[in-house]
Write a protein that binds this ligand. Structure first.
Ligand SMILES: [Zn+2]
Length: 594
């Protein structure tokens, strides 16, 4: 290992994938699960509050021990996916998790039933720590079917709906796309062609977009069949499960409600003008009369090449977090100090970036492939935000209260990106560098807030069309897509005709039982932008509130977490505050562009 390599040290969990302690831990956790099952199966319904609290604590002991093993296996594997010993351990750990998961599947079902039948348990002081966990479980019960029906759904999904997901991924991954890269014709697989969507050379981007979407469009009717059937299937599932709308399952999953999300989507709709103002400005910055669809996320031409060594990036991120509060930066520094970060790109390492929390160790591990670009610096600040969230949450909550819904899970990570942005804007010397940073923020957040909302509008319109009895062939689906898309973009973008099929490559649309994946991202982004506005107003007085919010984990509903910051997230005008932060960045860019 070269000295400059940033490789994580997992020895706090286990010494190596072949460490005999791993095998012993697997045997131990199996005994824990078996004992738990024989003690409680079929008996949860008879428990009183004190007995139930004890049972939940035992269950948590099992979960935390299992996490040691699965985490170690996942981390070892993701850093070196091609090594036989990491593959073998990963396989073994996943099989163990599935086996024990099946053995204990009765637990949450029986528990849900119990709190549904005896809601008074929720108010019992003995169960105070688990109150919200039990509330969330209870909310699922009216939509559960009988054991046989649930098993049948799993079986029919396995070779039905789940097969569409496999089909879409296989289709994309078995095609080659002919792209002209900087004047040279190349035949590329999907991942490589997709990667060129943000290439600095405009002609290369155009070629990549056209190559991908013309081929996708040729099989448009095939994708339409898949999508139509998935959406129809979902409406049938909703009837069986008595969901009041196609969105309800995701509302339960995200611990939120219909009215809050309607307010969110409406606020975005009312503010598309701000995004469009940015897109017009970006066209001007790019020297174009109007943006092409291939320019929306493209870098600015002649942008300076902002490069960072890992040491520089580390220093910037630590200082960004310290600018908020000295103690708040502790978890970030701790991750570096304990070498819980794997940043050097290498063959066989998992693509992308993640942060994985270790509950028993009250810490986290971060993986990324750091290449020294501005994006890598932001990824580092983002993932270390997740580590900070874990740090506060793990110290205050038991493990069942660490299952944070997506709408809240991005709180510290997006906040960390904002702290970094502030620091970078302060320290950059030229207007051109400031423009690069502001465009990066406005591109990224703009896409999440407005373009992802368009995807939610599209999905809504598809279910409404089916309910009206409309037949959704490829042309009809594309029509719905364009209508939702144009609601966000207006006339600010020139679209290639091939982009009608843009919806076809989104994997989420093909995933079983995963409807409305989209709006939680919008929620998270605007929620954190609103928090940042609060921080700008209150300064240091906001620091303890932030820590308290992160420490709450999943022990409180998101609306209660917002109250800690002094916000009523259910108010109709709440989301406008987050939009203000977006506009604040836009105004800064406008100021230096004139
Ligand atoms: Zn994240």
């Amino acid at each position: 290992m070269a000295e400059s390599e940033v490789v994580w040290d997992l020895s706090e969990i286990f010494l190596s994938p072949t460490d005999p302690c791993v095998q012993r831990a697997m045997e131990e956790v199996t005994v824990l699960a078996e004992n738990f099952a024989s003690k409680y199966r079929g008996k949860i319904g008879t428990l009183r509050a004190e007995g139930l609290a004890k049972c939940l604590q035992e269950y948590e002991g099992y979960l935390a021990r299992l996490r040691d093993i699965t985490l170690f296996a996942e981390l070892s594997f993701s850093a070196n996916m091609t090594l036989p010993e990491t593959q073998a351990l990963h396989d073994k750990a996943m099989k163990l998790e599935t086996k024990l998961g099946k053995l204990l599947a009765f637990f949450e079902l029986e528990l849900g039933r119990l709190v549904y039948d005896k809601p008074e348990l929720l108010a019992d002081p003995a169960l105070a720590n688990y109150k919200h966990f039990l509330e969330r479980l209870r909310r699922r019960v009216p939509h559960q079917l009988s054991e046989t029906e649930e098993k049948l759904i799993i079986d029919k999904d396995q070779f039905g709906i789940c097969a569409w997901e496999e089909f879409q991924a296989k289709w994309l991954n078995t095609r080659m796309f002919e792209v002209t890269v900087e004047g040279e014709k190349k035949l590329l697989p999907f991942g490589a062609a997709y990667g060129l969507f943000s290439h600095p050379d405009r002609a290369t981007r155009e070629s990549a977009y056209k190559a991908v979407f013309s081929l996708v469009g040729k099989d448009g009717e095939v994708f339409a069949s898949a999508f139509r059937n998935i959406c129809n299937d979902w409406l049938t599932v909703c009837e069986w499960r008595k969901y009041s709308s196609p969105m309800e399952a995701s509302l339960i999953e995200n611990d939120t409600d219909q009215q809050t999300i309607e307010n969110l989507l409406k606020t975005v709709e009312e503010n598309v003008g701000i995004y469009q103002r940015y897109l017009r400005l970006k066209a001007k910055l790019m020297g174009l009369p109007k943006l092409g669809c291939h320019d929306i996320i493209a870098p600015l031409p002649n942008a300076p090449d902002m490069k960072f060594t890992f040491e520089q990036a580390k220093d910037l991120v630590i200082r960004a977090y310290e600018s908020f509060d000295e103690e708040y930066a502790y978890p970030v520094k701790d991750i570096f100090r304990r070498r819980h970060i794997d940043a050097t790109p290498r063959y066989g390492k998992q693509h992308g970036a993640f942060c994985a929390g270790w509950y028993n160790g009250k810490t986290a591990y971060v993986l990324q492939s750091f290449n020294g670009r501005l994006n890598d610096l932001y990824t580092l600040a983002h993932e270390l935000g997740h580590a900070t969230h874990d740090y506060y949450c793990f110290r205050s909550q038991t493990i069942l209260n660490t299952r944070i819904p997506l709408v809240i899970a991005e709180t510290a990570s997006i906040f960390g990106e904002l702290l970094l942005t502030d620091l970078l804007l302060k320290e950059t010397k030229t207007d051109m560098e400031k423009k690069v940073i502001l465009c990066r923020i406005l591109d990224g957040a703009g896409r999440v807030i407005f373009s992802v909302t368009a995807r939610a509008w599209f999905e809504q319109s598809i279910y409404e069309a089916i309910k009206r009895g409309e037949y959704l062939n490829h042309e009809a689906i594309c029509r719905h897509w364009v209508k939702a898309r144009d609601k966000a973009y207006g006339d600010t973008v020139e679209w290639f005709n091939e982009m009608l099929s843009e919806w076809s490559i989104t994997p989420h649309y093909y995933m079983a039982n995963f409807r409305f994946y989209n709006y939680p991202y919008v929620y998270a982004q605007l929620f954190v932008y609103a928090l940042y506005q609060k921080y700008l107003q209150e300064g240091k007085a906001f620091v303890p509130k932030m820590k308290q919010m992160l420490s709450a984990g999943a022990s409180l509903p998101p609306a209660e977490i917002a109250k800690i910051a002094g916000y009523d997230i259910t108010a109709g005008n709440f989301w406008q505050i987050g939009i203000r932060q977006y506009e604040y960045f836009l105004k800064q860019l406008e100021k230096i562009t004139k």
